[in-house]
Design a protein around this ligand. Structure first.
Ligand code: PGA
Length: 255
């Protein structure tokens, strides 16, 4: 699938992580569709586990308000990789694939190089990558937040064509804010977004900009202020996306 005009809108993505059976996923989608406004200013994206993708797509029944993505993929298209999923296998079900989430980088040991290869695989399958970047608590304390965001953005995007870069989104997610209830301030989010925008501009001589999302303990009460941070154009929501009322309220906060 290819990019379209919806990419100008803010993106509010729900990362369900390792939650929801297909039946539970259907129920959550039904409830969410009932709570979203009929016309949305934002693009809404659900990232269910692989096993619930088909159920989510089926329950959405082509509703244009909500798109579907995957949380991860393998960097090879196909092969002897037991337990893995290749991007071409996701293409019939998804528009987007998240790569480089901090739980993959830090719990599963994915390097910048592996993340980069996954991003290339997503592009090669005609899908839209969301590259997650962000510093750990220790990196923040050491004052290297901007250096980490710069390195991860460069490693993810260096050498891409303008067309490829134009299909990418970045999610800035400080690792210390994920699932902890601690959030970056809008100023922190804006500073990280500025680094991403600068790196992307340097990589393609300003030819194309990417959307930058903020993620990490986004809730209905903090969404509006985080979404108004300069350079931030959406949110990647974990815990709060598992509740239809909370996720719908975050979408509403995006305007
Ligand atoms: P959280 O997760 O909203 O539960 O902090 C965000 C994420 O990991 O994408």
């Amino acid at each position: 699938m290819t990019a379209g005009p919806w990419r100008e809108a803010p993106l509010i993505a729900g990362n369900w992580k390792m939650h929801k059976t297909p039946a539970e996923a259907r129920e959550l989608v039904r409830s969410l569709l009932g709570q979203l406004a009929a016309e949305l200013a934002s693009e809404v994206l659900l990232l269910p586990p692989f096993t619930a993708l088909e159920a989510v797509v089926g329950e959405l029944a082509g509703d244009p308000r909500v798109r579907v993505g995957a949380q991860n993929c393998h960097y090879e298209a196909a092969g002897a990789f037991t337990g893995e999923i290749g991007a071409p296998m996701l293409a019939p079900l998804c528009d987007y694939v998240l790569v480089g989430h901090s739980e993959r980088r830090h719990l599963m040991g994915e390097s910048d190089e592996v993340v980069r290869r996954k991003l290339e695989a997503v592009l090669a399958a005609g899908l839209l990558p969301i590259l997650a970047v962000g510093e750990t608590e220790a990196e923040r304390s050491a004052g290297v937040t901007e250096a980490v965001v710069e390195r991860q953005t460069q490693a993810g995007f260096a050498g891409l064509s303008v067309e490829e870069l134009g299909r990418c989104t970045v999610a800035y997610e400080p690792v210390w804010a994920i699932g902890t209830g601690a959030t970056a301030t809008p100023d922190d989010a804006a500073a990280a977004a500025a680094v991403v925008h600068r790196v992307v501009a340097e990589l393609n001589s300003g030819g194309v900009a990417v959307r930058v999302l903020y993620g990490g303990s986004v809730t209905p009460s903090n969404a509006a202020s985080l979404l108004s941070a300069p350079g931030v154009r959406g949110a990647l929501v974990g815990g709060a996306s598992l509740r239809a009322d909370e996720f719908a309220a975050i979408v509403a906060a995006a305007g």
